[in-house]
Write a protein that binds this ligand. Structure first.
Ligand code: UD1
Length: 419
């Protein structure tokens, strides 16, 4: 099993080109089931999650071809088996995204329930209730969602809590349902915006994109499109911003949409980090010192993303004084605390609020990745820790970060992948 050996880093200098967004490419690949012809997806990140989604599409009878220019061609013309098996869904929860498009295309689907994840239960009840309101009959059999729909009919759907995945799944069915669907408390995340825009290009009629209310006028059929380019990964960009802030140096983060990162750049400014925002890049300057403790709460977009909570926590371990982080999306998403504490951090948890004592001198140790973003926090910590840190289970990071060790090495980090 691969692990990373990371030495304390000198300051980081140079530029990093951000890859396409993991959380955008996965729903776009699922949506290509509705395209029924070849579609070229550009700016695809090289991730094990993109490969898992391609395996799933191939298992169902489609074809996915990876090209050397970071593009893939998904051909769903012969896809004929609306079945997503447990062994693929369990490794990647986003596989559940195929449920909506399969139902819209075949009026039936059998998709494994995803199960829990490292930081606790992640239910799919909003997906299922939303689909039921559109006329889908659902039963749970042997750990599978077995869904059938004679007729799909639009409805009013209100999600009790904003859900990215449930919004995506329900939208992909509502676009082909009879009549109108309104979704209130819908997700406004940029990745869902891109999915909706792609569906509209295919002939869907979704309005309110980017707000929390979506109005969807059902259409009889869609028309295939030839190409879509994945938006930049705001979480990868945020991770590099936080890494540069923590280690120090001057780094330009390129190929991004700065607007998607406003909550993060605002917090960096509050933390006394110097940033310069341009049209498609942000340059960050930091001496890795004089970081001000800054409290955050995670929230749905445009709030501070839960996917950057672990990395921010690491930054706050270097800040002056005490800070807090309240996690509002996943109350249990704190597995990284114990690992960060092994490196000398001082973090306590009280009622879903992490209390971080800053000004810590970190010392290298053996630590373990527990999920994609926790691993990113550990990498940043390792770069700031004296001596050597070995991070095991880096398969987590390979799920969500495209060539992270190469990108970091290019700006001066000392990080080696070992077997
Ligand atoms: C997506 C992202 C993930 C991110 C998360 C929150 C992808 C592939 N993954 O995950 O990186 O951390 O959004 O921004 O895009 N919930 C329910 N019932 C449901 C669905 C969700 O209770 O049926 C709850 C969840 O437990 C959580 C909250 O709603 O508390 C938000 O989850 P959701 O937005 O659905 O996350 P994902 O789409 O799985």
């Amino acid at each position: 099993m691969d692990y990373f050996e990371i030495k304390e880093s000198k300051k980081l200098y140079g530029s990093v080109k951000v890859s396409g967004a993991k959380n955008a490419v996965l729903p776009l690949m699922a949506a290509s089931i509705l395209n029924k012809k070849k579609i070229k997806i550009l700016n695809v990140p090289t991730l094990s999650d993109s490969i898992t989604m391609s395996k799933l599409i191939e298992e169902m009878g489609g074809n996915v071809q990876f090209d050397s220019d970071d593009s893939i061609i998904v051909d769903s013309s012969k896809l004929n088996n609306p079945y997503a098996p447990y062994d693929l869904v369990k490794t990647m929860r986003a596989s559940f995204y195929v449920l909506g498009p399969l139902l819209a295309r075949f009026k039936k689907a059998k998709v494994s329930l995803p199960g829990g994840c490292a930081w606790g239960p992640r239910p799919v009840d909003f997906h299922l209730k939303g689909l039921e309101s559109l006329g889908v009959k659902i039963s749970i059999e042997n750990g599978y969602v077995v869904a059938n729909a004679r007729q799909l009919v639009g409805n009013k759907i209100h999600f009790p809590k904003i859900s990215v995945g449930a919004t995506g799944n329900v939208v992909m069915v509502a676009i082909l349902a009879e009549g109108t669907t309104t979704i209130t408390n819908a997700a406004a995340e940029p990745e869902i915006q891109q999915l909706c825009k792609m569906l509209n290009e295919m002939g869907a009629k979704i309005s309110g994109i980017g707000s929390n209310t979506l109005l969807i006028k059902g259409v009889k059929s869609l028309k295939p499109i030839k190409e879509v380019s994945v938006i930049p990964d705001r979480i990868e960009a945020g991770t590099f911003l936080i890494a540069a802030a923590a280690v120090g140096g001057e780094v330009e983060i390129k190929n991004i949409i700065p607007e998607h990162l406003e909550s993060v750049t605002n917090c960096l400014l509050k933390a006394n980090i110097d940033i310069n925002v341009r049209d498609s890049s942000i340059t960050i300057k930091s001496d890795g010192k004089n970081i001000l403790s800054t409290n955050i709460e995670t929230n749905e977009y445009p709030g501070f993303p839960t996917d950057l909570q672990a990395q921010w926590m690491m930054l706050m371990c270097l800040a002056d004084g005490t800070s807090t982080i309240k996690e509002n999306i996943y109350y249990d998403r704190f597995t990284h605390i114990m690992e960060l504490n092994r490196l000398g951090c001082n973090i306590k948890l009280e009622d879903s609020v992490a209390i971080i004592e800053g000004n810590k001198n970190l010392i290298g140790a053996d630590v373990m990745s527990t999920d994609i973003r926790a691993s990113a926090a550990l990498i940043i910590a390792a770069l700031c820790a004296k001596g050597v840190t070995n991070i095991s289970r880096v398969y987590h990071i390979d799920r969500g970060y495209d060539k992270i060790e190469k990108k970091l090495t290019n700006i001066g980090a000392n990080i080696i992948r070992k077997k």
